[in-house]
Design a protein around this ligand. Structure first.
Ligand code: ATP
Length: 213
């Protein structure tokens, strides 16, 4: 059966992933945001929250019954083993939800909805690859800009210092590592208008998918 192309969109902090997703949506892509899914899987009363609390303890619940993200973030930042314990719970849940959302988009398209492609935004895609492109993705698209631009845009947006953003950049995959995996590179060194023009020019070709098999 014919299906839509599934694109994994990635890029470093402040590279412009959200901005690009907004523009891709205007070009009729269906956007699946894995950051949003990561929040949804630990909503109050969810199976994810139940598992996290069973593993880490009641101390990680706020008085409102929500996950105390700041406390959990501090715990996993200080201890990689704890980070692994958390990821062992969350990653399968996020993956399951993401695959279900991809399938829903495919079905909506097969029923006639005008969707051009499915774009899954995965900020840490390259960091979590295990030597090969995940089988649920047809292509990897990288939003790319130089580090100085990343620093300026991210610190202006978040009100953080250049040093704070730099520390995050150091923890992420390098620009070269990301570009190594790129089937398409979206160049976001220019202004918003240049970005729009680039996408308008290339998307008709980039969204095409020969899937007659
Ligand atoms: P993060 O991973 O940190 O969430 P991101 O990759 O989603 O970031 P955006 O939030 O899209 O990046 O962009 C970072 C900031 O840079 C935003 O304030 C956005 O408006 C701005 N920005 C993005 N692209 C451009 C551009 N071409 N020209 C000027 N500003 C831009």
């Amino acid at each position: 059966m014919k299906r839509l192309k599934v694109i994994g969109l990635t890029g470093g902090i402040g590279s412009g992933k959200s901005t690009v997703c907004g523009l891709l949506a205007e070009h009729h892509a269906a956007i699946i945001d894995t950051d949003q899914i990561a929040r949804e899987v630990v909503q109050p009363h969810s199976e994810g929250l139940r598992q996290v609390i069973a593993e880490f303890g009641q101390d990680y619940l706020t008085e409102q019954g929500e996950l105390d993200r700041a406390k959990l973030r501090a715990t996993i930042f200080a201890d990689p083993t704890q980070k692994q314990r958390l990821e062992a719970i969350l990653h399968p849940l996020i993956r399951q939800t993401m695959l279900a959302e991809i399938e829903t988009c495919q079905q909506r398209w097969q029923q006639g909805e005008p969707i051009a492609a499915i774009v899954v935004a995965i900020p840490l895609l390259v960091e979590t690859l295990q030597g090969e492109k995940p089988d649920y993705l047809d292509e990897i698209w990288v939003v790319d800009c130089d580090e100085a631009t990343q620093l300026t845009r991210a610190s202006q947006r978040d009100g953080q210092t250049a040093a704070q953003i730099q520390a995050i950049i150091q923890q992420q995959a390098s620009r070269q590592q990301r570009l190594h995996w790129a089937d398409r590179i979206i160049d976001n060194n220019g202004d918003q208008q240049a970005l729009q023009q680039q996408l308008s020019e290339h998307l008709p070709e980039w969204f095409m998918f020969d899937n007659a098999a």
